[in-house]
Design a protein around this ligand. Sequence first.
Ligand SMILES: Cc1cc2nc3c(=O)[nH]c(=O)nc-3n(C[C@H](O)[C@H](O)[C@H](O)COP(=O)(O)OP(=O)(O)OC[C@H]3O[C@@H](n4cnc5c(N)ncnc54)[C@H](O)[C@@H]3O)c2cc1C
Length: 410
Amino acid sequence: MNDTAVKSNAADFDVIIVGAGASGLMCAIHAGRRGRKVLLLEKGPKPGLKILVSGGGRCNFTNLWADPQAHYLSANEHFCISAMRRYGSADFIDMVNAYGIAYHEKKLGQLFCDHSARDIVDMLLAEADKVGVVLSLNSEVTSIRPVADGYEIHTAALKSAAQKVNSSQRVRSVVLASGGLSMPKIASDLAYRTAAQLHMRVVSPSPALVPLTWNNADRLLLAQLSGVAIDSMVSAGGQAFRENLLFTHRGLSGPAILQASSYWRPGDPVEINLLPDLDLASWLAAQQQQRPKALVSTTLKAVLPNRFVDAVANQWFRDQTLGSLSNVQRQQIVSAFTQWIFKPGGSEGYRTAEVTLGGICTEEFSSKTFEAKRYQGFYAIGEALDVTGWLGGYNFQWAWASGYCCAQYL
Ligand SMILES: Cc1cc2nc3c(=O)[nH]c(=O)nc-3n(C[C@H](O)[C@H](O)[C@H](O)COP(=O)(O)OP(=O)(O)OC[C@H]3O[C@@H](n4cnc5c(N)ncnc54)[C@H](O)[C@@H]3O)c2cc1C
């Protein structure tokens, strides 16, 4: 690989935005609409890669009920309120409607494209193009340094498979929109490195909205259940989520687990109620009266998947006739299925995580302008900051809102 050092001046641009993901594209569009000359630097070969793969290729682009006080995690839970109030899901929906993009509500206010996530990327690129945003692909920003009149941005641009060109450019304003660590193939730790260089605090990043893996004992018993789904209540870190839980070869996944994973800390247990709508104690007592000769496993199969009951029979409970159950044994069955204490071996990590929990500490930034309090002209938006949404379109809504609001002050 040939590395060539080139010095250039970005006097042609008012602002450089680092990262052509959800927040960077949104910020570029609105800064452009305000007449700013924008250079958008993107490490990858395509803009909006994460948008393209999101929502199973259909992009859950917002949530009708996104509430900054209910659906976001941050060391400063008030930080996201201002931007989310200034740019709500209705604002993004207006843009989607203006482009005639077909969409539907899947559940719980989650809006998905009818056809493809590409519709959203194409819309953003068309809007960016209209206002003259210059997009430079295969351009990885390697460092951002404050200088007397702004910032020096160092970039390693891939000119061909064999040639990488290093350059540095000066600009008055820079927006860090380089996201978090999920999807390691496109992610970079630029946000955290830059923050450390500027002596800003970083809330330690960790994978979130991520499947949890088996411990050794549960793997032997439960990995065979891959594909089984159960509507459950899953609790971790004081927060409970009612949705599907999915068994996989590696552990537990499904929306209820992904949501709970953002509140789970390594070493902690997760509590699972596999029958949240049933008063299992009373129901079992009634079954004992009505069908004393029936086996516990046969009885449980009326309310839980057969494969699951077969796997845990004689492990989680002794498979005997209902009539022979003592009160203590009945209570043990109730606990096993409604208060399953699952101790994950770990999580699947950034490879499958949808988002990064933590990020640059928001106390370093204005929640109105997204400008750093101690560095004039330095801005950060989106997932690079310590703001993480729930599963369900909340993370894109934060990216759109923070990108839009920041652009109003560039
Ligand atoms: C598989 C998957 C599915 C998801 N589905 C949904 C969903 O349906 N709904 C939802 O709300 N959220 C979803 N998310 C989360 C959502 O994609 C992110 O929260 C959102 O994209 C964050 O926006 P961002 O602009 O901060 O970062 P990103 O969209 O990640 O953009 C950051 C950009 O910066 C670029 N970059 C990184 N480092 C550098 C560098 N050094 N120099 C130049 N460029 C750089 C990256 O290549 C990337 O293009 C999903 C995430 C994943 C991984």
